[in-house]
Design a binder for this molecule. Structure first.
Ligand SMILES: *Cc1c(COP(=O)(O)O)cnc(C)c1O
Length: 389
């Protein structure tokens, strides 16, 4: 065990990237391994297996590819949709808009059900859309990081299976994997898109996608060629299978250091003293704590319905008269990094706090206490500064 300790730094509590453990950061600092070496192959293979565990799938195929979360949208769009095919997108914020743009870039015909700001698309709206038209894919953002709205993944999976069993269900879990419960097989989710730097607790730079066997069959049955090179699953599938089976293969160099860091983080998540269920509960508890701190300060949440509110992050309205620039730098001065809004219309009216990963599962670090105290002090200072003007 190394005695490595990371530099003192401001507490990073935005909705990703997040704080990483010393072990994860130290793994990233390991001298690079040859990607085809006997030392590296089992690390990559384990990452593939542990990724399955995090989302409760036995037969889903993980793709671990250098890139940010956004690359997952390209993978879905390039591999699973042919030009002119229809996609239904349940839009609960900024990331829904971007996913739709990505799908359209590959020629998909995207119909959106747009929820009002702070709300999720309802089951009735989804049912109506599915009854009107057949869709190749039904895509949604599990936690839209712009609003902290949590969509009901189980309901969406079951509703699509019931009314449109041929459609593939695509879950953008960049901001939810490892902080929210996701049961890929049981809920009928066909693709989960994620990334290393949010709930999965590693530095940014790794795109993590898991595709069901049904999704891979859709790829097999394509008529038109996959209109991508780096994002083509036809190129990556043999690589992932080879590494899992203990043999090297090459298409493009994997980020060996990041994979090692991801391996450490996945080990801490899936083989730690707490179960995944306990991890999810700790995230629920943390979210409750942050929400009640906001309520104590007289602040309102962006999500309208408590049942549709994320557990890995919180979005909170500023009081009347204050903007993001009045609050966020004051927390930074107190060594706590939060962030403003990103939703188009309201981005200066609210702020966002991430509470995922080590910040939540190691309460002895005292991260949440620091966040709540810094928020209270900064808010008081900001309000007082306005009175003096
Ligand atoms: C962060 C995020 C993305 C984009 O991920 P990048 O790593 O920034 O490319 C996509 N969807 C959601 C829900 C996100 O939170």
């Amino acid at each position: 065990m190394s005695t490595f300790k990371q530099e003192p730094h401001k507490l990073l509590v935005i909705p990703g990237p997040i704080e990483v453990t010393d072990e994860v950061l130290y793994a990233n600092a390991f001298p690079p391994l040859a990607h085809t070496s006997a030392d590296f192959i089992p690390i990559f293979g384990d990452c593939i297996r542990m990724t399955r565990d995090v989302v409760f799938t036995s037969s889903g195929q993980p793709f671990l590819i250098a890139g940010s979360g956004t690359l997952g949208w390209d993978q879905v769009s390039a591999n699973l949709v042919e030009p002119g095919e229809s996609v239904l997108l349940l839009n609960s914020g900024y990331f829904g808009d971007s996913f739709a743009d990505c799908l359209r870039a590959y020629g998909a015909n995207v119909d959106e059900i747009r929820a009002d700001f702070g709300k999720a698309v309802t089951q009735a709206e989804l049912e109506q859309a599915l009854q009107n038209k057949p869709y190749k894919l039904v895509a949604f953002t599990h936690v839209d990081t712009s609003t902290a709205v949590l969509s009901d993944a189980k309901m969406i999976g079951e509703t699509v299976q019931r009314l449109s069993p041929k459609s593939l269900v695509i879950l953008d879990g960049v901001c939810s994997v490892a902080s929210e419960e996701i049961r890929m097989d049981a809920w009928g989710i066909d693709v989960i898109v994620s990334a290393s730097q949010k709930g999965l607790g590693a530095p940014p730079g790794l795109s993590i996608v898991v595709a069901s066997q049904k999704a891979l069959k859709v790829l097999d049955n394509r008529i038109t060629p996959v209109a991508a090179f780096y994002a083509s699953w036809r190129r990556w599938l043999p690589i992932m299978k080879a590494y899992e089976n203990g043999t090297p293969a090459y298409f493009a160099t994997p980020p060996v250091n990041l994979i090692r860091a991801f391996h450490t983080s996945l080990t801490q998540i899936t083989k730690a003293n707490i179960s995944l269920e306990e991890r999810f509960q700790l995230h629920r508890d943390a979210a409750k704590r942050v929400r009640s701190a906001a309520a104590d300060l007289g602040l309102k949440l962006v999500p309208v319905d408590p049942a549709c509110t994320a557990n890995g992050m919180t979005a909170i309205y500023l009081p009347e008269g204050l903007g993001v620039a009045d609050l966020v730098p004051r927390l930074a001065k107190r060594e706590v990094v939060i962030t403003g809004g990103i939703h188009k219309e309201n981005k200066d009216k609210y702020f966002r706090i991430g509470h995922m990963g080590v910040t939540v599962v190691q309460p002895e670090r005292g991260d949440l206490d620091r966040v709540v105290a810094a928020l209270k002090d900064s808010l008081q200072e900001a309000l007082a500064s306005k009175k003096n003007v």
